[in-house]
Design a protein around this ligand. Structure first.
Ligand code: HXC
Ligand code: NAP
Length: 271
């Protein structure tokens, strides 16, 4: 499904935008005329994403930064802004995850996921604030159903994503007066990445059972998330702020939880 929404010459900056869901979000904006900047840690991912986005004829910029490094995030944003000007759409979606019982996660393992998902999101939003188009900018954080549906083996990611949900709401309060909207998307099971496969199922039978458990009877696609991001960033959503919007085929209503817990139980080495 294509929605006719135009972002010609808008500056769209996507953290964690070089693979998977977030890459497709950037791609959707590029197809609609946006100037897109993608940021992540690995040079090969940044270069690959930039090359693919250039294929759409878009103006593209890429930068390497680890969202755990506040100064590196600032430098990446400075580079993007000097190239494309004030930020119209900011997507914060960098994340790390693995399946592990809480009593087996090391302090550093818990910290790594919280640092990437939650503190990284704060770094991105805090460093971007001075460069957002005011009024008019739209911020979209990428959260997950674990924020509200407790799932075994996901203590670190669940805590971090719950923090992202509340950060989204608080910043919607504080930045609303600037004309900046702050929302979050909570993707359900999107079968697009290795990360998803390692979290949800080890065998084809487990994968099929997980898919059958989704109320809409299918896994989501990256386009499902990209279409929601286009909508949230568009004038059609100009009165929406502080919302955490599920895009999950109804999965947060519980059905995905057993699949993830079963996968965790089946992984003697966890991942
Ligand atoms: C237990 C683990 C572990 C595992 C790492 N650790 N993997 N502990 N089980 N499988 C521990 C390490 O032992 C170490 O602790 C600490 O975590 C940090 O590990 P590093 O490898 O040094 O960290 P780093 O290189 O920074 O990598 C961070 C990462 C990694 C989160 C561990 O997986 C990563 O970079 N992931 C990015 C890609 C990703 O995961 N994408 C999936 C997003 S999907 P010690 O104590 O030994 O030092 C997603 C979907 C959610 O979020 C919803 C699904 C439905
Ligand atoms: P993915 O392909 O692994 O994407 C993660 C992205 O974040 C990559 O571009 C990665 O690139 C980057 N990244 C990871 N750690 C980083 C760091 N420390 N600093 C900067 N960038 C970093 O996973 P995905 O499944 O598409 O997930 C995308 C988002 O959707 C995440 O926020 C995830 O929690 C959320 N989500 C996914 C699902 C799903 O079903 N897949 C469900 C719910 C929520 P580098 O490795 O180059 O850094």
């Amino acid at each position: 499904m294509e929605i006719d929404i135009n972002f010609v010459d808008r500056h769209v900056l996507v953290f964690g935008g070089t693979t998977g869901i977030n890459f497709d979000v950037g791609q959707a904006f590029a197809r609609r005329g946006a100037r897109v900047c993608v940021v992540s840690r690995k040079r090969e991912n940044v270069d690959g994403a930039v090359a693919a986005l250039l294929g759409h004829g878009a103006l593209v910029h890429g930068a390497c930064a680890d969202v755990r490094d506040f100064d590196a995030v600032g430098a990446a944003i400075d580079g993007a802004v000097s190239r494309f000007g004030p930020i119209d759409v900011l997507v914060s979606g960098a994340a790390g995850n693995f399946l592990c019982e809480a009593n087996a996660i090391s302090a550093n393992g818990f910290r790594a996921v919280v640092d990437i998902d939650l503190i990284g999101t704060f770094h991105v939003l805090r460093q971007a604030y001075g460069h957002l188009r005011k009024p008019g900018a739209s911020i979209i954080n990428i959260t997950a159903p674990q924020a509200t549906v407790p799932m075994r083996y996901q203590a670190h990611a669940a805590a971090a994503k719950a923090g992202i949900d509340q950060l989204t709401r608080v910043l919607a309060l504080e930045w609303g007066a600037d004309g900046v909207r702050v929302n979050a998307i909570s993707p359900g099971p999107i079968d697009a990445t290795e990360g998803f496969r390692k979290l949800i199922a080890r065998t084809d039978a487990e994968l099929a059972a997980a898919e059958a458990a989704v109320p809409l009877r299918r896994f989501g696609t990256t386009s499902d998330i990209a279409n929601l991001a286009l909508f949230l960033a568009s004038p059609y959503a100009s009165y929406i702020s502080g919302a955490v919007v599920p895009c999950d085929g109804g999965g947060a209503l519980d059905s995905v939880k057993p699949a993830i817990e079963r996968a965790g139980a089946d992984f003697p080495d966890r991942v």
